[in-house]
Design a protein around this ligand. Structure first.
Ligand code: OOG
Ligand code: NI
Length: 467
């Protein structure tokens, strides 16, 4: 029998092998990430594992996929449900970027701490907003809807096995093997010729729309390893001659604690794809849609911490707009960000915890002062007095602005958007309805994890023998 976490770990590993064959630069990225992680571990020792054991971090991946219809999203949710992954967070990228991004997204991931520790695999999943008139006029929408209705991303055998795995939380070996085979195949790049005219018509609106609605199947867009020093990784990839995008998204490099998520990517590579012309002839073309991305994860921020993060991003934008000349934008922006951070962000984990900006779990220290003195009542006093130790909770989610930056930096054309029209409403409830499963709120998940640890404290601090 394979339980859900074993299915999830096996799926992630097989997907990684497949993507390494499809996109060899990804394999390089994985190698360099592993080297950087080993070097960081050697240099920093146990401290390097503060935000996850080296075995978790080395195996950790997130993937990105894109689907066209609510029905396809529901089916994807069944496949991920089989792997113990639930939809968490809602990301509306339509307004975030200069380029046209006609999508809304969620991320499928395990939510329980022990499940995350066993295999934290997650998939950023985007749904094309076909009914948004800013991107698709009535004619294109009708053609797109008809095209999407005529394709099948996930076959009945795969979905039946998925439902069984989700209901029984495990599959017998032979069924597990079949399920994994079909699930990985569903995300393989298709060799079926692409209708060149149709693809181009969608590309005029958005390259992302073409990647989703211009082909008859879906594919993994990227698979992202986790690295402990993303600046060092960036340097080493550049040294190897791999062209990276010009920035690292997310918080700047600085001397304080790592928070949230930092990400960067290498540019989409031209991949050979068969294209069909109107006369039916098929030729070898090339498309640039798939890329490599890498991430470094930090401490999850509370709602207040996240609001501060968002304010600082705006502050960095404003100051950068003042100070930066056209040529050295990326480096200058990073310098501005670092100085804004230094002025406004707590420089230590303790400061993050004390200000209620970061998520931690709290644990009684076994050899706490044993002189019979009574512990203080407040969390701050307990921490300062050495009664409690705070362990950071790792951020398991994504950032809308970074995601938009990742999408956008890999688009060569801006596409088009008719901003004069009213956008159609897509929100977390609409996605929940489409999937028949609730999109979970990431803050609530972190709060619960913290609160569960706090609930243990009074008992753990009670003097021995007292009742
Ligand atoms: C998803 C882009 C966003 C991330 O890590 O923020 C993303 C996509 O390109 O489909 O993967
Ligand atoms: Ni990604």
């Amino acid at each position: 029998m394979l339980g859900q976490w074993q299915l999830r770990a096996a799926f992630a590993a097989r997907l990684s092998r497949m993507y390494g064959r499809e996109v060899p630069a990804y394999a390089t990225l994985v190698d360099v990430s592993r080297e950087v992680n080993e070097d960081v571990l050697r240099a920093r020792g146990a401290d390097a594992e503060r935000l996850g054991t080296i075995s978790r971090v080395t195996a950790e991946r997130h993937g990105a996929i894109r689907v066209g219809t609510p029905e396809e999203l529901r089916q994807a949710a069944r496949v991920f449900g089989a792997l113990g992954m639930r939809p968490v967070g809602f990301y509306d990228l339509r307004e975030t970027a200069a380029s046209a991004l006609p999508i809304v997204s969620t991320a499928f991931r395990p939510v329980a701490e022990d499940e995350l520790a066993r295999s934290p695999f997650r998939v950023f999943t985007s749904l094309l907003t076909v009914s948004d008139p800013r991107f698709f006029d009535a004619d294109l929408r009708a053609r797109l809807t008809a095209f999407l209705a005529g394709r099948e991303l996930f076959g009945p055998e795969l979905l039946a096995l998925a439902d069984r795995a989700e209901a029984e939380r495990e599959l017998p070996d032979a069924d597990a093997e079949r399920f994994l085979e079909l699930a990985v195949r569903a995300f393989e790049l298709s060799t079926e010729p692409i209708d060149g005219q149709w693809y181009a018509a969608l590309e005029r609106v958005s390259a992302v729309a073409a990647d989703i609605g211009g082909v008859r199947s879906t594919h993994i867009n990227h698979l992202t390893p986790r690295v402990l020093d993303i600046d060092e990784l960036y340097r080493r990839m550049t040294e190897r001659g791999i062209e990276m995008i010009d920035t690292i998204q997310g918080p700047p490099r600085w001397t304080g604690p790592d928070v949230l998520l930092r990400q960067t990517s290498f540019r989409a590579l031209a991949e050979p794809r068969a294209l069909r012309a109107p006369d039916g002839s098929v030729s070898r073309g090339a498309l640039r849609v798939r890329f490599g991305e890498v991430e470094a994860r930090g401490i999850a921020l509370t709602r207040e911490g996240r609001a501060l993060y968002d304010r600082l991003l705006t502050l960095v934008d404003e100051q950068a707009a003042h100070h930066i000349t056209a040529d050295r934008t990326a480096a200058d922006r990073a310098a501005v960000a670092r100085s804004v951070w230094t002025r406004h962000f707590p420089p230590t984990e303790h400061g993050l915890a004390a200000a209620g900006l970061g998520f931690f779990t709290y644990h009684a220290v076994p050899d706490r002062p044993a002189d019979g003195s009574r512990p203080p009542t407040g969390l701050g006093g307990l921490l300062d007095g050495g009664w409690l130790r705070a362990e950071p909770i790792v951020y398991e989610d994504f950032l809308p602005r970074s995601a938009a930056g990742i999408f956008q930096s890999n688009l060569s054309e801006a596409g088009s958007r008719n901003s004069g029209r009213e956008g159609s409403a897509y929100d977390a409830d609409r996605l929940s309805g489409a999937m028949c499963r609730d999109v979970l709120d990431p803050f609530t998940l972190y709060e619960r994890q913290r609160d569960r640890s706090l609930a243990q404290i009074p008992r753990a601090l009670r003097p021995q023998g007292a009742s």
